[in-house]
Design a protein around this ligand. Structure first.
Ligand code: DP6
Length: 388
């Protein structure tokens, strides 16, 4: 019997992936760029066990068994990993041995975060450790076939998923732009919004967008290529002003495409729109961009903010979006946030209250590293080597 356990991070897109040019291979219509979040606050954790005595492949997600069907994304990832294992000559685990896979997310599904990205990245990374396959661009093409955005969670820091041009998808790979220590003070506040509406799943939403939206064509041809170049430059030169503007504009355009889809897909809610106006108002008062929002296919906001500005931004959020839970132990989660000095809070005096009890909680996290293996004693391994 062989067993490995790995953790993999969540990533949040700064330039969104939205729309496929091939449904099965999951090939995107445009490049995207994301930032990987620290696994200390949010991660998927997967244990894969291979045994000669297992009769069939089985998988459990957050404790519940899920079907392991022929033709599923799960099955496709496993087949692809087997192919890579054969190609690399790895003989550690016989490919005929069946697997038991157990995966959990350390964050509530209610947080509406990119759990499929972390989950598939963790699955593929764990399989690669089990079969002794090195982390490579080719491995990202496997994760991509689980869930498109998962390919970006195989690396830490800032990552670009290249659309690629080939029909077989072999050049549609994720590559790291900069590691997590390139911009270590890049932090994130995730505002988890109260919302019970059922939304169109990303896979379906983007299918409909490609079919019906005219705006998506303009986005893909005229807008994204230039944004990719400019965001790469902003990251390379630690230019938060350019970073913030591109990120906010791209989030807005993605939601404009969702609304231009017919019938429309509505992901943001009233609170999300209030967060957008709050961030613009706040940045105006500060005289430059101190925070940048982005929204995925749901109402929750991710606010990018440099570490030194987190306490001040949080005071403003607590003033504009007061919450009865704010004094409790579970409202502010993740990295601790120091209180602001009174002198610094004067710029907040005239901010108006937008909405009460609008969030379930707030998570404070930062840029982080890619997946890693956990040993039985829980010490970390990076690409198979123990961390000193
Ligand atoms: C809005 O990767 O979940 O988060 O490839 O169909 O599984 P599938 O979609 P998925 O879509 C993510 C969309 C997004 C933007 C992004 O992460 O780039």
């Amino acid at each position: 019997m062989f067993s490995v356990t790995c953790v993999a991070p969540v990533n949040i897109a700064l330039i969104k992936y939205w729309g496929k040019r091939h449904e099965e291979l999951i090939l995107p219509v445009n490049d995207s760029i994301s930032m990987t979040l620290s696994t200390d606050e949010l991660c998927a954790k997967t244990t894969v066990t291979a045994s000669e005595s297992f009769e069939r492949n089985r998988m459990w997600l957050n404790g519940e068994e899920v079907p392991f069907e022929e033709g599923s994304r799960l099955q496709r990832c496993l087949k692809e990993v087997h192919r890579l294992a054969v190609a690399s000559g790895s003989q550690k685990v016989p490919p005929t041995w069946k697997l038991h896979i157990a995966s959990v997310n350390n964050f509530p599904t209610a947080a509406g975060l990119a759990s499929s990205a972390a989950g598939y990245a963790c699955l593929v990374y764990s399989l690669s450790r089990l079969y002794d396959i090195p982390l490579s661009e080719e491995l990202t093409t496997v994760a991509r076939q689980g869930s498109g955005s998962a390919c970006r969670s195989l690396y830490g820091g800032f990552v670009q998923w290249h659309r690629g041009a080939l029909d077989d998808g072999s050049d549609s790979v994720a590559r790291q732009i900069a590691p997590s220590d390139h911009w270590p003070n890049m932090h994130v506040l995730i505002l988890v919004v109260n919302d019970a509406r059922k939304k169109t799943a990303s896979t379906r939403g983007m299918q409909q967008a490609v079919k019906t939206s005219q705006l998506i064509k303009h986005r893909v041809d005229q807008v994204v290529p230039d944004r990719i170049t400019r965001l790469r430059e902003a990251i390379a030169s630690h230019d938060f002003q350019a970073f913030a503007e591109i990120t906010m504009k791209d989030s807005n355009q993605f939601h404009a495409v969702a609304l231009d889809t017919y019938p429309p897909c509505v992901y943001m809610n009233d609170v999300s729109h209030r967060i957008v106006s709050f961030v613009h108002d706040y940045n105006d008062r500060m005289g430059s961009y101190h925070a940048a929002y982005t929204f995925d296919a749901g109402p929750n906001a991710c606010l990018y903010v440099l570490a030194e500005h987190v306490p001040h931004l949080l005071s403003a959020i607590l003033k504009v979006f007061p919450n009865d839970l704010a004094d409790g132990d579970t409202y502010l989660r993740g990295l601790p946030i120091p209180k602001v000095q009174d002198a610094e809070s004067s710029k907040l005096d005239s901010l108006d209250v937008h909405a009460k009890n609008a969030f379930r909680y707030i998570i404070h996290t930062k840029v982080g590293e890619g997946p890693r293996e956990l040993r039985a004693d829980n010490s970390l391994l990076i690409n198979g080597l123990p961390l000193e």
